[in-house]
Design a protein around this ligand. Structure first.
Ligand SMILES: NC(=O)C1=CN([C@@H]2O[C@H](COP(=O)(O)OP(=O)(O)OC[C@H]3O[C@@H](n4cnc5c(N)ncnc54)[C@H](O)[C@@H]3O)[C@@H](O)[C@H]2O)C=CC1
Ligand SMILES: O=C(CO)COP(=O)(O)O
Length: 326
């Protein structure tokens, strides 16, 4: 039998549903777990998730709210928002046996603790083997089987490679890595930077400003990543630069769309998760604790908290002293 034949996805939002589809396409036996029993029953009968409209959920995917049943899978993927990951793994922990791999797929940093997703898993489920999956991949594209490539990192390279084998298919191509921190930083920071770029586009600052802001955003993401031990190749790879390019260039991104609305002076889209909103304050706290300058992220955090107007934040960025490019 193949390693990791059974896969459970915890969290039945847009991304969890897309990942369940990925695992089914790769030939795994898949369980999709929703915390709300009515929600699970509705998805199971309609084969449709309102979080991912127009995508048909394959009949072989088992949709359930039975956590003990889901926890029996040989491999688990957590697809809750970042701030809910600890709660989800805490619930799971008592059902787990052995060193089951738990792959985080949320993009964020925990409030209060400044912990990244695999650190939270290691604390909440000490017997498990944490891993992280991240990269340029809109749930809708992935679920429809459009070609995507991501990074999947675990401490042990052989494990990362086996997890890739379990999930990969011609249209979903994970690359394995051992640089967990690099993958986590890219995913968390790019959402904040996408809000900044969305604001600039919403304010009609032009395509040149969009490219400049994305690039200077990458510079600050790289500075923080290097300070925290990430490898440059990871930061310039799919989970870093790749995801930054995607998210900073497409209104399909909820983070970019939030920025766009703010920049235009409109109401942000209702009911859409934009992780960057939650990551911004903790990202700048983390950067400050490392003495790393992240002016673009700081501007986003100050706009979101109401400490600065958009125009004042833009003016602050444009009047920074000239310096060497680094
Ligand atoms: N949607 C996308 O294209 C992608 C999303 N992600 C990441 O995946 C994470 C989740 O995003 P989405 O699925 O898009 O959000 P979503 O808002 O569509 O779904 C989140 C789901 O998590 C569930 N949930 C919340 N707390 C929970 C808990 N304690 N236990 C179990 N379930 C819980 C909610 O009920 C909801 O169904 C985010 O960190 C996001 O950045 C990553 C790659 C692509
Ligand atoms: O992470 C994503 C694409 O890689 C999804 O982006 P948004 O969360 O901004 O929609």
């Amino acid at each position: 039998m193949l390693a990791f034949q059974s896969v459970a996805v915890i969290g039945a939002g847009a991304w969890g549903t897309a990942l369940a589809t990925v695992a089914a396409r790769a030939g795994r036996t898949v369980t999709l777990w929703a915390r709300n029993a009515d929600h699970a029953a509705r998805i199971a009968s309609t084969r449709d998730n309102p979080r991912l409209p127009g995508v048909r959920i394959a009949p072989e995917i088992i949709v359930t709210s039975d956590l003990a049943a889901a926890a029996r899978a040989e491999m688990l993927l957590i697809a809750t928002p970042a701030q809910h990951l600890r709660g989800a793994v805490n619930m799971l922990a008592s059902h787990l046996t052995g060193e089951v791999p738990i792959v985080a797929s949320a993009k964020g940093i925990e409030h209060g603790t400044h912990k990244f997703m695999t650190d939270v898993i290691a604390e909440a489920a000490p017997g498990a083997q944490p891993a992280i999956l991240s990269g340029p991949s809109f749930a809708d594209d992935v679920a429809r089987g459009l070609p995507t490539a991501v990074t999947l990192a675990a401490k042990d390279e052989a494990l990362a490679s086996r997890l890739v084998q379990a999930l990969g298919s011609p249209t979903f191509r994970p690359y394995h890595s051992t640089d967990i921190r690099g993958v986590e930083i890219g995913g968390a920071a790019k959402n904040v930077l996408a809000i900044a770029v969305g604001i600039a586009v919403g304010r009609k600052l032009g395509a040149s400003a969009q490219a400049a802001l994305t690039t200077r955003g990458f510079a600050e993401l790289t500075r923080l990543g290097r300070a925290l031990g990430a490898r440059s190749e990871t930061l310039a790879g799919l989970s870093g630069l790749g995801d930054l390019i995607l998210t900073c260039s497409s209104p399909q991104s909820r983070n970019f769309a939030l920025g766009l609305a703010l920049g235009r002076g409109e109401q942000p889209p209702a009911g859409k998760l934009a992780e960057g909103e939650f990551t911004a304050p903790v990202l700048i706290e983390l950067a400050a604790s490392q003495n790393i300058e992240m002016p673009v992220s700081e501007a986003v955090a100050s706009i979101l908290s109401g400490r600065s107007t958009i125009d004042a934040a833009i003016s602050g960025l444009l009047t920074r002293p000239f310096k060497a490019e680094e």
